[in-house]
Design a protein around this ligand. Structure first.
Ligand code: 4AD
Length: 478
């Protein structure tokens, strides 16, 4: 008999009074009789009732927390008050035993730090299985949105010779012998001898290649892993994270801001409609956590209220200059409460400033645009004032920056000047500048950090807890 998913038994009356085969892992086993079985298909465990008097005692002993079981039994009305249906077990097989004494996922509360060290098993817990089901749903919603709106999906390369962000925080890809690195006459590393005949790295963004596709297919997006070698050990940074990057020809910065807002609202609405059980579980978890905090530090909105709030309200749109004026005159700046005080136009916004704007000043998602050229990437369109670029960042409550994007510089001469100013080798970008020679046009795009979105939607406070196996400085276990 083919086994069926536990969620299907709860969702369909067709199985009632029938014999089914289910497989899963034991969450708890009590009174030598009641197994709570979970197969990951949903939050719900199904109670399986064993006729222990007629079962081999040695086999009974092997039903322990974490063991994998295959159960044949009839779906019946439950005698207990906690569940509507249960399985009356006819026979069962122990597929894989588990030593309950040392099984790390005991039926009790574990700290997230402990579970990070056991990331291979942490999705057996309610919290992590809920987070990962929501992550899966969000990915699906991303593809759905773009598919419904006429975008093509592009697989941009992971190994690249161009530094898309010009920040130089990349992981090198090489097959050179580290113990015997070839050098040329001047003593510098001879990358001609390397696998690709040039210096290559893991990509920090698929944007530049996506631009080439936007300038032919019109509306495209990438959704893939990106890598950053910055030594940021924070709760919002990963060394390997997933980014969604749409790129659209003939669209300016205003269209870009509207697209980002519409897209974010669609995917949040999607999980509210399709993941209610997991969201409700995470909401209760957070409410219990909130109770431990002093009254004045508690969130005003619950998780689901916060998601609905984002759906129902327009994002606040302000220029960088307006943001600086607010920050310069705000209480924490005047009282020197910020670590980085804002004194003049041109300062880079730190996460404390972003969070002040979102959480204290506007209390809603904020879009900031027209940033100083000096603090932004070379490819952003220079405004007429000669000192700002058409960049936009979207800031979310509890997260800070979730989206970074811009209208791209489509004028060849201006782009070449910017490349030179920043000191990037323009020979490496010959194909990128070519796009400005043959049918150049206004175009724009943005990057959404997928894990930051998952954090926002699930209410998890550490980015390491929303990706299956996190990569961070000094940590590549699993
Ligand atoms: O602002 P960023 O660096 O933008 C780009 O890479 C552009 N090329 C995107 C584009 O225009 N196509 O990164 C975009 C987003 C950030 O807003 C943030 O959400 C996320 O990527 N991000 C990170 N997420 C996790 N860990 C990190 N180290 C991240 N760095 C950026």
């Amino acid at each position: 008999m083919n086994h069926i998913s536990i969620i299907d038994i709860f969702n369909s009356e067709d199985y009632f009074s029938k014999e089914v085969n289910i497989c899963g892992w034991v969450k708890t086993f009590r009174a030598n009789r009641f197994i709570a079985l979970n197969d990951g298909s949903s939050m719900k465990n199904i109670q399986c009732v064993i006729d222990f008097e007629n079962t081999d005692p040695d086999k009974l002993k092997k039903i322990s927390t974490g063991a994998a079981l295959s159960i044949n039994g009839e779906v019946v009305n439950s005698q207990g008050s906690k569940q509507s249906i249960e399985i009356q077990v006819n026979n069962f097989e122990i597929l894989g035993e588990s030593d309950a004494e040392v099984y790390p996922i005991q039926p009790k509360k574990h700290s997230f730090e402990f579970l990070r060290e056991n990331a291979h098993l942490r999705t057996r817990t309610n919290t992590f299985s809920a987070v990962m089901r929501i992550r899966s749903s969000l990915s699906f919603a991303v593809h759905n949105y773009f598919n419904l709106n006429g975008f093509y999906y592009v697989h941009t390369p992971i190994i690249t010779a161009s530094d898309a962000e010009g920040a130089g925080e990349q992981f090198r890809v090489t097959t050179l012998d580290m113990k015997n690195i070839p050098v040329d006459e001047s003593g510098t590393i001879d990358f001609k001898k390397d696998f690709f005949g040039k210096e290559t790295n893991l990509t920090v963004s698929g944007q530049l290649e996506a631009e080439a596709f936007a300038m032919s297919l019109g509306k495209v997006y990438t959704f893939g892993p990106t890598f950053r070698a910055e030594n940021s050990n924070t709760s919002r940074h990963l060394s390997e994270f997933w980014m969604i990057e749409p790129e659209v020809a003939f669209m300016d910065i205003n269209g870009n801001m509207k697209l980002a807002e519409d897209f974010l609202k669609y995917i949040i609405d999607y999980v509210l409609k399709n993941n209610s059980e997991d969201l409700e579980f995470l909401e209760t978890r957070l409410l219990n956590e909130e109770k431990q905090k002093p009254q004045n530090e508690r969130n005003e909105l619950s998780l689901i209220e916060k998601l609905n709030f984002v759906l129902e309200n327009e994002f606040k749109v302000i220029t960088y200059t307006e943001a600086i004026d607010i920050l310069r005159n705000c209480k924490p700046n005047k009282k020197k409460k910020f670590k980085y005080l804002i004194s003049e136009w041109g300062a880079d916004l730190q996460s404390e400033h972003e969070r002040f704007l979102v959480e204290k000043e506007f209390k809603c998602p904020v879009v900031i645009y027209n940033y100083p050229a000096k603090i932004k990437s070379f490819y952003m369109k220079l405004n007429e004032d000669g000192r700002t670029v058409r960049a936009m960042d979207i800031l979310f409550p509890g997260i800070g920056e979730i989206v970074g994007g811009s209208q791209r510089e489509e004028r060849l001469d201006v782009l070449l000047n910017r490349i030179e100013e920043i000191g990037i080798d323009k020979k490496e970008l010959w194909w990128y500048t070519d796009l400005r020679k043959y049918g150049t046009a206004v175009h724009s795009g943005f990057g959404l950090g997928f894990e930051r979105l998952v954090m926002f939607v699930t209410g998890m406070s550490n980015i390491r807890d929303v990706i299956p196996f996190p990569r961070t400085p000094q940590n590549a276990e699993f």
